[in-house]
Every structure is written in structure tokens, then in C-alpha cells.
Design a protein around this ligand. Structure first.
Ligand SMILES: Cc1ncc(C[n+]2csc(CCOP(=O)(O)OP(=O)(O)O)c2C)c(N)n1
Ligand SMILES: [Mg+2]
Length: 583
């Protein structure tokens, strides 16, 4: 035991957990601890908004596999975290949100910056530690870090501000590293037996494959099975795109090749994926989920097994360990899928070629409204522009994408050969995710080019963090798709509400000029031929600590809508609204 203050115990526990960077906005609530961050070797990265800080912690965690940490002032600083913590929850990011709270002696009296902080985060964290007294500071800090890693998701460390003060005798806990296993032998054996008999096995490689460091093992298993591999929604980096068995992503704006191949499966191995409902909906008019196939699902969280899709075998285990063990169990066993591998490999090749050819020819959207608006405009077709960006992205780039029509269409044009490269807004789907997230990723991986794709509407929510890039010398590239509209939502008004537009058109200033005024580079790109070079140059500028905002002028045409599944044509019963129906 060593005598120290609770602030010292808190900071020493961060150090023991390997924390080197903390994102946040300064506040008196935790200033006693903040004061010694520099001496402890912890960089405090001040942000423009606490939402930005928590997204940065998310991006930091996603690229590095280490904890991302954010902190803020009790009350408003902490409520500003909420959206970003919810996003981190659905991205399975080990983020620790440190939430200093109003003083314990006055809680409930309605003092300054007071709100009950635990209920707010109760549904978007894996664990909540409340420091009920100064003596428990180190214990609960350590537990929040351990739980974030063990349960793969955000945790909350709630600290009444008076508990930073005093003197305590403590031993700083060591991080608890818990090894995960492959799963039960019976279920793994059943999985191997099913795969050995499969005539057309298909692997869905999901986030769990990335988190467990299992991409190589997934490749080996796929090769043994001669199985096409599709990636789960927005986990495009869960299998190397250059591999012949790679077929691209499922889900919204995903790969038709992937969908047409999984539709033929008799056995699906869902490896490290919860098979989220949004990621398996029909797309491109194809209802591809193979309803008669036997499904083997591997997930580290038993709650996910069979939750969304009926399964034949559920394996509660680590994706990498399970892939290894299944391969071991297959050993020299006869494989039904080996004799017919030639046909399947040819089918993979031809589906991929067909999809590439379709993408190459799909230069613009062809619905009547898109054709009309594109005709009136000299701005770029989003699809052609996305193809140019794809070609110009550096090999080891990290890319984050926001939620929006153009960002979603980008899903077809983002391929990766290395895991931990793609950080999309995932299923929480909040506008304003991509930019702060890539800033956090850049802090964790400063040598990798960092690129955020952001729509102009979402840019309005997040461009303030350009100041963080400039002030803190965190160089990234933001590619802003300026189509002068909240396009993804406008698409619903086109398809379902008779092109009656409410709240979707955006009058924008020059985002490039704003970037320059903020001390970053700002470039307006208005010609397709300039897109690639502009991106290459912007990525190169990161080596000179320069952040660049590339504002790309895009036409207003719009790809398929997000929520065809959830919208229906309007019905109006009152006479005064009788015209508000779809023609
Ligand atoms: C925080 C938040 N607010 C609102 C929405 C609803 N929403 C989804 S996509 C979208 C439009 C995005 O517009 P923009 O960023 O300009 O991209 P575009 O669709 O035009 O490509 C909106 C408002 C959301 N997902 N998140
Ligand atoms: Mg837009």
C-alpha cells in the first residue's frame, strides 16, 4: 500500500492501464487530476466539443485495439458525450468515459451543473463504475478499463468531484487480461461436421474477426473450405480485398457479388458477427439471405447467438480461436465442397467481374428525379467521384465514413487489405461521426494516412473539430461531399412524399474558405479529373502536419434510400391534408 491522493490514484491507474492520450474539455471537476497528467506522461487533447472527444476516443480505440479515454466537466460536459458513447457502443469500442459528477455532499439539491449521470448512460455502456468514496478510486477506475476490454464496449467511470481529494492508502491494480477461448468443443465439432458436408459454404467475416486479430485465420479457413467470403455491414476491412475469395460487403449499398453468392449457400459460417438486422436487409432489389441454409454463428457474446437469424449451431467464442479450432477439427476430413470447388471458384470470379463491370458502367443514378437534377448541374456525379477517390486512396489509409447518401454509396467503393482500416458510423448511424473519429484514429496511428468522408450536412455538425486538428497538430484529410442538401433524408421525400421538400435543402458557404480561415488547407474540387490528385496531395500534406478539407462539388442526384424497409406511402384522413399523399 502507498499513501497518495485519490487524484494520484486515478492518474496512476490510467498509467498502469497504458493510457497515453485522453480527449476532453477542461473542467474544474477534475482539474486536480488533470494538473498531473503531463507529469504522468499522459497527453490531454482538448477538443472543440465533448461529442468530438468521445468520437475521438472511439476512433483511437478502433484503430489501436487499446482503450480510448474521454473526460469532461460534470453536467453539460458529460451530457455532450451521449451520442458518441452510443455510437461507440454499437461499434464495440473499448472507450472509457470518465464522468466527474457534482459533489456527493450536495447531490440532489439542484446545485450547479448537476444531473444524475448514471441513468443517462445505463443503456449505452457495458459497465458503470461509481466511485462511492475516495478509497475506491483505483479499484473502480481499473474495473472500468478491464470491463471495457473484456466486454468490448464503452464503460462509464462516474466520480463525484469531491472524491478526487483526500489521502488514501492504495495498491494500484494491474490490468486484468482475460484470454478468450474458441468455444465449447461440442459446438465447434458440430460446426466442423456441418462445414465438412457443405456443398456451397460461405463465410461472413465480421467485426469480431477484426477485434480478435483473426483475419489471417479466417483466410486460412476460407482457403481450406474454398469458400467465398463476404464481409458484414461496414466491416469491409474484415477480409483482404485482394484475396481471390473476397467478395465484398453485405448490407446497404454493399456488393451485389457478395449478395448473389451468399444467396446460394447451403451452409453459412457467420464468424464474429451478430448478423445485425440492418446489415442483412434486402438490397439492390435482392432478398439475398439464404433462408434454407444451415447457419453456424460464432460470437464472443452469447446474447448475440441466434438473436436475429435462426441458427443451427451457435459457438460462444473468440472468432480467431474458433476459426483455428474449426480448421484443426477439419484436419484431413473429406470435404464435400472440395470436389465441386472449381465451379464455385468460377462462380466467385464471374460474380465479381459482373459487379465490377456494373460499377464501372454505373456512372450516375438513373431514377427520374436524379436524371433531372443532374441535367441542370455541372457538378460531379457522386459515383464517378467515389471511384476516383477509391483509386487514389493510399494502400495503408484509414478511412472513416459518415451517415448520408454519398457516404453510404461509398460502401461499394471502399476495399481494404488490412484490418483496422475502416471506421464507419456503424449501426448507430449518427451524422457527425466520421470526422472526429478519424482524428482520434490519427492520434493512435500517426504514420497512417487518415481520411474522413463526410456529407455537407454532417460536416456542419462536425467541422468545428478542424480547430482541434490545427491546434493540436493532428493532420487529417476531410473529404466533404457538397451536394447542398441533407441528401439521404431528401431521398425519402423524393420516393415517398411526392418531392415535397421540407428541411432538406442546404445553402452552404465555401467550406474550403472556412477551412483556410481555421488554419487548415481548403481546396474546392469541381472537376472529376482533379479528384484523385487532390486526395493524394492532401494525404501527402499530412506528413507536413497539414489538415486539408477537400470540398467536392457533387450533383444532387441520390442513390437508393436507407430505410425502404421502414417507410410507407403517406395516408391522410383529414380534409385539410388531403393533397399530402403520393401521386
Ligand atoms: C445526428 C443525426 N441527425 C439526423 C440524422 C438523420 N439523417 C440521416 S442521413 C441524413 C442526411 C445526411 O446529409 P449529408 O451529410 O449532407 O449527406 P448526403 O446524404 O447529402 O450525402 C440525416 C439528416 C442522423 N442520422 N443523425
Ligand atoms: Mg449532403
Amino acid at each position: 500500500m502507498t499513501r497518495m491522493t485519490p487524484s494520484e490514484a486515478f492518474v496512476e491507474t490510467l498509467v498502469a492501464q497504458g493510457v497515453t492520450d485522453v480527449f476532453g474539455i477542461v473542467g474544474s471537476a477534475y482539474m486536480d487530476a488533470l494538473d498531473i497528467f503531463p507529469a504522468a506522461g499522459i497527453r490531454f487533447i482538448p477538443t472543440v466539443h465533448e461529442q468530438g472527444a468521445a468520437h475521438m476516443a472511439d476512433g483511437y480505440a478502433r484503430v489501436s485495439g487499446r482503450h480510448g479515454v474521454c473526460i469532461g466537466q460534470n453536467g453539460p460536459g458529460i451530457t455532450n458525450f451521449v451520442t458518441a458513447i452510443a455510437a461507440a457502443y454499437w461499434a464495440h469500442s473499448p472507450v472509457v468515459a470518465v464522468t466527474p459528477e457534482t459533489g456527493s455532499a450536495t447531490m440532489g439539491l439542484g446545485g450547479f451543473q448537476e444531473t444524475e449521470q448514471l441513468p443517462i448512460f445505463s443503456k449505452i455502456t457495458k459497465y458503470q463504475g461509481h466511485v462511492s468514496g475516495p478509497r475506491r478510486m483505483a479499484e473502480l477506475t481499473a474495473r472500468c478499463f478491464d470491463m471495457a476490454m473484456a466486454e468490448r464496449g464503452p464503460t462509464q467511470l462516474n466520480i463525484p468531484r469531491d472524491h478526487f481529494y483526500g489521502e488514501i492508502d492504495v495498491e494500484i491494480p494491474r490490468p486484468k487480461v482475460i484470454e478468450r477461448g474458441a468455444g465449447g468443443e461440442q459446438s465447434l465439432g458440430d460446426a466442423a461436421a456441418l462445414l465438412a458436408k457443405a456443398e456451397f459454404p460461405v463465410i461472413v467475416s465480421g467485426g469480431g474477426v477484426i477485434f480478435s486479430g483473426g483475419v489471417e485465420d479466417c483466410v486460412r479457413l476460407a482457403e481450406h473450405l474454398n469458400a467465398p467470403v463476404v464481409t458484414s455491414y461496414l466491416h469491409n476491412d474484415a477480409f483482404p480485398a485482394k484475396h481471390p475469395l473476397w467478395c465484398g460487403p453485405l448490407g446497404y449499398q454493399g456488393s451485389k457479388a457478395a449478395m448473389k453468392l451468399i444467396a446460394q449457400a447451403d451452409v453459412v459460417l457467420a464468424l464474429g458477427t451478430r448478423l445485425g438486422p440492418f446489415g442483412t436487409l434486402p438490397q439492390h432489389g435482392v432478398d439475398y439471405w439464404p433462408k434454407d441454409a444451415r447457419i453456424i454463428q460464432v460470437d464472443a457474446d452469447h446474447r448475440m447467438l441466434g438473436l436475429v437469424k435462426p441458427i443451427s449451431v451457435g459457438v460462444c467464442g473468440d472468432a480467431r480461436a474458433a476459426a483455428r479450432r474449426i480448421l484443426e477439427l477439419l484436419g484431413n476430413r473429406a470435404m464435400a465442397g472440395r470436389d465441386n470447388a472449381g465451379g464455385r471458384l468460377a462462380e466467385i470470379k464471374s460474380q465479381k467481374q459482373a459487379w465490377e463491370a456494373e460499377l464501372d458502367g454505373w456512372t450516375h443514378e438513373t431514377d427520374a428525379w436524379s436524371l433531372e437534377v443532374a441535367k441542370e448541374s455541372d457538378a460531379m456525379h457522386p459515383r464517378q467521384m467515389l471511384r476516383e477517390l477509391e483509386k487514389a486512396l493510399p494502400e495503408n489509409a484509414m478511412v472513416s465514413t459518415d451517415i448520408g447518401n454519398i457516404c453510404s454509396v461509398a460502401n461499394s467503393y471502399l476495399r481494404f487489405n488490412k484490418p483496422n482500416s475502416f471506421f464507419a458510423a456503424m449501426s448507430f448511424g449518427n451524422c457527425g461521426y466520421a470526422f472526429p473519429t478519424i482524428i482520434g484514429a490519427k492520434v493512435a496511428a500517426p504514420d497512417r494516412p487518415a481520411v474522413a468522408y463526410v456529407g455537407d450536412g454532417a460536416w456542419g455538425m462536425s467541422f468545428g473539430e478542424t480547430l482541434t486538428c490545427v491546434r493540436e497538430e493532428i493532420p487529417v484529410t476531410a473529404v466533404v461531399f457538397n451536394n447542398k442538401q441533407w441528401g439521404a433524408e431528401k431521398k425519402n421525400q423524393v420516393d415517398f412524399y411526392g418531392t415535397r421538400f421540407v428541411g432538406v435543402d442546404l445553402e452552404n458557404p465555401s467550406f474550403a474558405e472556412i477551412a483556410r480561415a481555421m488554419g487548415a488547407e481548403g481546396v474546392t474540387v469541381d472537376k472529376l479529373g482533379d479528384v484523385g490528385e487532390a486526395l493524394e496531395k492532401a494525404c501527402d500534406q499530412q506528413k507536413r502536419d497539414k489538415t486539408t478539407v477537400l470540398e467536392i462539388l457533387c450533383s444532387r442526384e441520390l442513390g437508393d434510400p436507407f430505410r425502404r424497409d421502414a417507410l410507407s406511402k403517406p395516408v391522410r384522413l383529414l380534409d385539410k391534408y388531403k393533397d399530402y399523399v403520393t401521386a
